[in-house]
Design a protein around this ligand. Structure first.
Ligand SMILES: Cc1ncc(COP(=O)(O)O)c(C=O)c1O
Length: 433
């Protein structure tokens, strides 16, 4: 007989918490204290950020690393360094965090959404090719969840159309594709060190590249448009102060020592769980592509086909949480469906293009399907635990599947997001002409 679901008063599979994040200890304390006592707290007079830039770049197969305040600014600086101009088009996926597309708008360029592949959750090269126009200048593939996009196909398209490729590797620290680290395959790579990321300093980011001219441009833009041979108060290009601070550099220099072992463990646990879950009907963990030598599992992401599994995503998520397995549905809508894009709420950016852009007509059915009813996310720190932790997740799914009939009786209603229908009521968004 099936065990009673925790939702219905049964014993949960698990009461013990999974591994929490961040992980830190004496090395971080020592370095932070040393930095504090040095009185050198800024990038311009300390050595921590410089040391980290060199280590991170080398570890990711790049000659240059430019640390910045976050992984949004890193994308924008990359676009500016690559010479993207006002109203140029940049192809981005719709299944990603805001920044992948908002950084394009902040560079005064136009994000063009190309749909993702339903099994890998990354840009579909065929959709990229179809989205190219005479205005296209760049592609930003996201290595979503920590698995590299199909970079062979994307780089071939970029070569054919002379486009710049900026890898959004915010999820992909330590990921490897065909022997090459994520962030070293395109012209530029962009990483985030925000709190949830696999390598974190609370906030932070880095740009990686093997191109000396692009590195020079990024370094100038990240520090007030200065150039190495110029005077201190000499500013050559539109820029700002986007330098990372020394305390963050100090933490990152310790966190990076932990990264390799953590990445190996996440990848092993993620692969094991994917194998187990694939045995249940209707469950589709992110498909591992040919050439994925290492997945960094910033997220363990999967699809559930509710009809085949026998219960909807919303019901399964609720049941998993009750069984002691934290998870979420991820993005409620594709990025192109966000009010920002539906309403062309671009503030001072894209003043001319706004009149002709209509994101309401953009169609990304694969991404929409994932958001609306299929994705389930598990966070990276759960994959730093043991094989027994993975077995608990798998057992929770198995238990829910056995109880699918009972679960269907309690289907939650109104699970669809209201985001797409949200009226613009906030007065601060409006302005008199
Ligand atoms: C795919 C992706 N790109 C870019 C970013 C932006 O990074 P940050 O939060 O450091 O600005 C994130 C962050 O969460 C992300 O998930």
């Amino acid at each position: 007989m099936a065990q009673t679901l925790a939702l219905s008063g049964g014993t949960p599979i698990r009461t013990k918490p999974f591994t929490s994040w961040p992980i830190f200890g004496k090395p971080e304390e020592k370095r932070l204290l040393r930095t504090l006592r040095s009185g050198k707290w800024g990038r311009l007079n300390g050595k921590e950020v410089e040391e980290f830039e060199n280590r991170f770049a080398t570890m990711h197969g790049c000659k240059h690393g430019i640390a910045v305040v976050n992984g949004t600014v890193s994308l924008r600086i990359g676009l500016m360094a690559a010479g993207i101009r006002a109203e140029d088009e940049v192809i981005v996926p719709p299944y990603t965090f805001l920044s992948t597309a908002s950084a394009v708008v902040e560079a005064n360029a136009i994000p063009v959404f190309a749909d993702i592949d339903l099994n890998t959750f990354n840009l579909d090269p065929k959709a990229v090719e179809a989205a190219i126009t005479r205005r296209t200048r760049a592609i930003i593939p996201v290595h979503f969840a920590g698995q590299s996009a199909n970079m062979s196909a994307i780089m071939a398209i970029a070569r054919k159309h002379k486009l710049t490729v900026i890898e959004d590797a915010a999820h992909a620290h330590g990921a490897i594709y065909k022997g090459r680290p994520a962030g070293s395959i395109g012209h530029l790579g962009s990483f985030s060190f925000q709190s949830s990321k696999n390598l974190t300093s609370g906030e932070g980011g880095i740009i990686t590249t093997n191109d000396a001219a692009l590195a020079e441009a990024c370094r100038s833009i990240h520090s007030c448009g200065r150039i190495p041979s110029g005077l201190w108060y000499e500013h050559h290009v539109m820029s700002g102060n986007y330098r990372l601070g020394e305390f963050q550099g100090a933490i990152l220099n310790c966190q990076i020592d932990r990264l390799e072992a953590q990445t190996k463990r996440r990848d092993a646990n993620g692969q094991y769980l994917a194998k187990r879950l694939s045995q249940l009907p209707g469950l589709h963990p992110q498909k591992r592509i040919a050439g994925c030598d290492r997945h960094s599992y910033h997220l363990f992401m999967m699809r559930i086909d509710g009809a085949k599994f026998g219960a909807s995503r919303a019901a399964v998520i609720k049941a998993l949480q009750a069984e002691g397995v934290p998870c979420s549905a991820g993005y409620a809508v594709s990025l192109n469906q966000q009010p920002l894009f539906r309403n062309n709420a671009f503030g001072p950016y894209l003043p001319k293009a706004s009149a002709r852009l209509n994101y309401r007509n953009v169609r990304c059915p694969n991404s929409d399907l994932l958001c609306r009813e299929q994705t389930i996310w598990f966070e990276q720190s759960m994959f730093l635990g043991t094989r027994a932790d993975m077995d608990d997740i798998a057992r929770a799914f198995e238990k829910i599947h056995e109880n699918r009939e009972a679960l269907r009786q309690n289907e939650p209603v109104g699970q669809a997001s209201s985001l797409g229908r949200q009226p613009m009521q906030q007065s601060w968004l409006k302005r008199d002409p």
